[in-house]
Design a protein around this ligand. Structure first.
Ligand code: SF4
Ligand code: SF4
Length: 147
């Protein structure tokens, strides 16, 4: 990856405006769906890695992102993080998410597929409560109730 490409992407999606507030990471459902969620995997981490010129091959968050766009909506600096992630995925040598074997459309990331399998396989109570709130809304509700 040429530095100028990263520079262009970072400029186009506003990444240089990041103030590292962490709001995107707080809302990101990957914190629940990705078993090994970390700062590096978070949208905040991805933005910072782009600014540091880290190779897309060393950005584990790209494979786990659900493209829910919560991060882009909440970012106070107006950074389209989800759009940036979608562009970064195109730079990977292999598609980072499962794709339909017939039409090639992207489907759920492996982390999310496992998360859903665990939810369905878990107890009766969780089966009932799971469809009520998606991971993002659970986190948003928690943040609202504890602010
Ligand atoms: S919400 Fe925006 S400004 Fe805050 S850490 Fe995330 S990308 Fe940076
Ligand atoms: S679009 Fe991706 S990085 Fe952004 S909040 Fe959703 S899962 Fe997290």
């Amino acid at each position: 990856m040429r530095a100028s490409s990263y520079h262009d992407l970072a400029s186009e999606y506003g990444a240089y405006s990041c103030v590292e507030c962490g709001k995107c990471a707080a809302m990101c459902p990957m914190a629940e769906t990705a078993g090994s969620f970390s700062r590096i995997k978070s949208p905040r981490g991805i933005v910072q890695q782009v600014l540091r010129g880290v190779s897309v091959n060393d950005m584990p968050g790209l494979a786990s992102c659900l493209q829910c766009r919560q991060c882009s909506q909440i970012c106070p600096a107006g950074i389209d993080i989800a759009g940036l992630i979608a562009e970064l995925r195109k730079l990977l040598p292999e598609p980072p998410v499962c794709v339909c074997s017939v039409c090639g459309s992207p489907m759920l990331p492996e982390d999310a597929r496992l998360y859903l399998s665990r939810a369905v396989d878990s107890g009766f109570e969780e089966k009932l409560s799971y469809p009520a709130l998606c991971p993002s809304c659970k986190r948003r509700t928690y943040a609202k109730n504890n602010s």
